[in-house]
Structures are given as structure tokens and as C-alpha cells.
Design a protein around this ligand. Structure first.
Ligand code: PGA
Length: 244
């Protein structure tokens, strides 16, 4: 793992944007895996600004979101589709036919998960995966537990995950769906390059457990220790509990 510590959350966003800009310049038809949550908002702001300055061209890029809620109508403000349109997709020249999220309103979510896994494979897999980390150690909706699932699947969301998503549901955790469709840990680990970003002191403990603790299904992000090409970009607060 290559760990980079930046002085601020803004510097983390700029450093990850640099990685994306360089990767797309090298490989214009890059396949991206993209996260939601609070962590990547600054990154998306950077990417929109750089696209406006013609420093990044998304014309041939393909994007797959890591996860999406189950059981929300299309266009619901809590969906990650709406989040992505708001923060990134509406502002850059990604072709709508190359933007992928699991359908939140699929009649058969398990079939939808299988379709999504197939679409990722048909695109040749993910070249560059940007990941956040949940304060419980989850990646995507792969929650801590006794076991993990390799492929894209329907997952039950941990109470902590539902709580941290409540803002988009009027602050009412009971309105946050109990299930999501998520890339599995195998899908995530098949990405050729993984960039994990984390900011703030509330992530310091879990970052240390993920990077320096045992590889365990209790901290799904710890599986990244076994991936050959991971870049971790942290601010000082999120790096505070690392031993080195
Ligand atoms: P956050 O969520 O960016 O809102 O902290 C990260 C995650 O759950 O992956």
C-alpha cells in the first residue's frame, strides 16, 4: 500500500483529482468505480472545476457507482443516482450511456445485482476505483460480519450505515432503506488500481485497523492489504492513529 498524508481535506481532494486527471490523460477510455458519501464531495468539486478548465475530458470515460439503495423510486433525492448527478454527472461530459448505477427501483434486486456485475465485466472491469471507508470499516455496502460476498449483491445495511445516510432522508433513519445493491469485495478487489480516501479524526481508528490490523471480515477495508496496487490518501486527522 502506498500511503500519502496531506495537510487538509482539500489537499486530499486535489491529490485524488490529480490521480484521476493523469489516469484519464493516459487512458481516455478509462473505466472508473466511484463512491458516494461525504468523503468524495470535494473530489467531485475539483473534477468539475478541472473539466471546466479543460484539464480532464470524460468523453470516453465509463463510470460505475459502487452501490445504490434498494426500494427507492428513480429520482428520489436519497438515491445515489441523484447524488451523482448533483455532484458530478450533470457538470461533466460523461456520456449518459457510459454512466452506470444499480437501479434503485428494480423489481427483482437480486437479478439487478447480477446484471450490474455482468455490465462491469462486459466493460472489461474497473481500471481505477475510488473508495471511501465507513467508520465501521465497510467498503461500498460490504458491512462487517462473519463472511463477505465476492460479486455484486443485495446487502443488508448496518445500523451505522443507515444513520450516516439519514441526512438525505430528512434526518429520519427509519426512512433510510434497509438494503442496498453493492459491488462485492471481489468486484472491488478486481479493480486494477484502488484509491482509498479518508478525512477527519472520526476515521482515524478505522483507518489504522484497516491498514495495520489483521485482515478480517470484521473490517472489510482490511482486505485491501492483499491488493497489489492501492493508494491511500488521508488528511492528517485520519492518519493520526497510524503507527508509521
Ligand atoms: P462518508 O461515508 O464519506 O459519508 O464518511 C464513507 C463510506 O461509508 O464509505
Amino acid at each position: 500500500m502506498h500511503v500519502v498524508v496531506q495537510k487538509s481535506a482539500e489537499a486530499v481532494a486535489r491529490a485524488v483529482a490529480d490521480i484521476l486527471v493523469e489516469a484519464v490523460a493516459r487512458q481516455p477510455a478509462l473505466v472508473l468505480g466511484l463512491p458516494t458519501g461525504r468523503t468524495p464531495i470535494g473530489l467531485y468539486r475539483e473534477l468539475v472545476a478541472r473539466h471546466r478548465d479543460r484539464r480532464i475530458d470524460f468523453g470516453q470515460v465509463t463510470a460505475f457507482n459502487i452501490d445504490e439503495f434498494v426500494g427507492l423510486p428513480s429520482g428520489h433525492p436519497g438515491t445515489y443516482a441523484v447524488y451523482m448527478a448533483h455532484h458530478l454527472y450533470r457538470h461533466v461530459n460523461l456520456s449518459p450511456k457510459r454512466i452506470h448505477l444499480p437501479a434503485s427501483d428494480a423489481r427483482d434486486p437480486r437479478k439487478e445485482a447480477q446484471r450490474y456485475e455482468g455490465a462491469i465485466r462486459a466493460a472489461g472491469g474497473i481500471d481505477l476505483l475510488v473508495l471511501g471507508i465507513g467508520s465501521n470499516g465497510h467498503i461500498g455496502f460490504n458491512e462487517p460480519g462473519a463472511s463477505l460476498v465476492a460479486d455484486t449483491h443485495v446487502a443488508r445495511l448496518a445500523p451505522a450505515t443507515r444513520r450516516s445516510n439519514a441526512d438525505a432522508f430528512g434526518g429520519d433513519v427509519r426512512r433510510v432503506p434497509g438494503q442496498g445493491i453493492t459491488m462485492g469485495t471481489g468486484t472491488l478487489l478486481r479493480a486494477r488500481h484502488v484509491v482509498l480516501m479518508a478525512m477527519g479524526n472520526q476515521k482515524a481508528n478505522v483507518v489504522a485497523r484497516a491498514l495495520e490490523g489483521p485482515i478480517t471480515t470484521k473490517v472489510p477495508a482490511s482486505l485491501l492489504q492483499a491488493h497489489p496496487n492501492v493508494t491511500v490518501v488521508l488528511d492528517r486527522a485520519a492518519a493520526a492513529k497510524l503507527s508509521t
